[in-house]
Design a protein around this ligand. Structure first.
Ligand code: PEP
Ligand code: MN
Length: 360
């Protein structure tokens, strides 16, 4: 993608003094529900009113959205509140209908971004539109697939583009509904710093209690905006009830979030920052050095096991190490989740080293 700078023009032209805010219910349920929420969000920081019309559900038989009928309700939202509107499109027919009903911005859901066929179909249908199009990350943590989706939209002549980080599926249960894998979002920004990046803490957390923290992390990482599911009676929502917040909670969240500046030319700030970054570089180097040493010892153990014909994996020994390290990590303020992840990665690398030796 040659000119990613032009992709953010739609956002820059809004001249916001706060991050972009997209809010509204997971699903449009009834005309009354849509309008009631919209009126409660009017005169807040909300820039775009969201509501899902076509809902991708994991299993059939659940509420699958009100369909095209909801597009009329979004038009009413615009007429009555002046808020811009956005909805998810998942095929060419959706795109056609949404554009015909003058929805102001379209987003592509995580289950669509995974499929290059669907992305191409949507891209073709969007050809030349000047409405902003936001592409959610695919459900699996694959940066190229995400970028590939954005590229398809860009190649069909759409110039106003953004990305939504909504987290990634895991088989293992975690405290998140979709783990954020922040590193992937940071890599995204490194590669394309100009593409507006919006965080969706609702689908990352799956729980309203965690939305504030995830939003704050996103702003600390220089995200350009937030998409937060909002409903006047979250518990009774027809989809994603656990993660929606009330308009009042949303307003509170917006008040409490600290918006940090991207940089400051204050010499003092830069000097301190450089010093701290240099210290981090030194430590990162020594982490890699230490890992190298650890693997050398693993190799020596591998050679010993080979001699005696002993299996690589000895789970009692491994559990003992893990238990000790979790306790020690706790003392240093490291979460159990992090220590587990780190040692699983180290252990896997050790096993790979020893396998290589045993097979040699
Ligand atoms: C949504 O925004 O309501 C939605 C279905 O999101 P995702 O595609 O991230 O699952
Ligand atoms: Mn939802």
């Amino acid at each position: 993608m040659k000119n990613t700078k032009e992709m953010r023009k739609w956002l820059d032209d809004m001249n916001l003094d706060h991050p972009l805010v997209i809010a509204g219910p997971c699903s449009a349920e009834t005309e009354e529900q849509v309008l009631k929420i919209a009126h409660e969000l009017k005169d807040t920081d909300v820039n775009y009113f969201r509501a899902g019309i076509w809902k991708p559900r994991t299993r059939p038989g659940m509420f699958e959205g009100v369909g095209a009928l909801g597009l009329k309700w979004l038009q009413k939202v615009k007429e009555e509140t002046g808020m811009k509107t956005t909805t998810e499109v998942a095929n060419a027919a959706h795109v056609k209908l949404a554009l015909e009903h003058d929805v102001d911005m379209l987003w592509i859901g995580a289950r669509s971004t995974v499929s290059p066929f669907i992305m191409q179909e949507i891209a073709d249908a969007l050809e030349g539109t000047d409405k902003p199009v936001l592409v959610k990350n695919p459900v699996n943590p694959d940066l190229s697939l995400w970028l590939g989706g954005i590229e398809r939209i860009y190649n069909s002549g759409v110039k106003n583009i953004g990305a939504i980080h909504r987290g990634f599926s895991t088989y293992e249960k975690t405290k998140y509904r979709n783990i954020p894998e922040w590193q992937l979002a940071v890599d995204f920004q490194d590669k394309y710093p100009d593409i507006p990046l919006i965080n969706d803490p609702s689908h990352i957390t799956g729980k309203r209690e965690m939305i504030f923290d995830v939003s704050q992390t996103a702003l600390d990482l220089n995200f350009d905006g937030l998409m937060i599911e909002t409903h006047f009676d979250p518990e009774k929502a027809w989809s994603d009830a656990r993660q929606q917040v009330t308009p009042d909670t949303l307003k509170q969240i917006m008040r409490d979030l600290k918006i940090r500046k991207e940089g400051s030319d204050a010499a003092d700030y830069n000097a301190k920052l450089n010093t701290l970054r240099a210290q981090i570089d030194v430590i990162d180097n020594s982490i890699v050095e230490t890992m190298g040493k650890r693997m050398n010892i693993s190799d020596a153990i591998g050679a010993l096991k080979k001699e005696k014909n002993i299996a690589v994996l000895q789970s009692s020994r491994w559990n003992e190490i893990l238990g000790k390290m979790i306790l020690q990590g706790e003392e240093k303020g490291l979460s159990e989740e992090f220590v587990l992840k780190m040692f699983k990665a180290i252990h896997q690398e050790s096993i790979n080293h020893q396998e290589r030796i045993l097979k040699s």
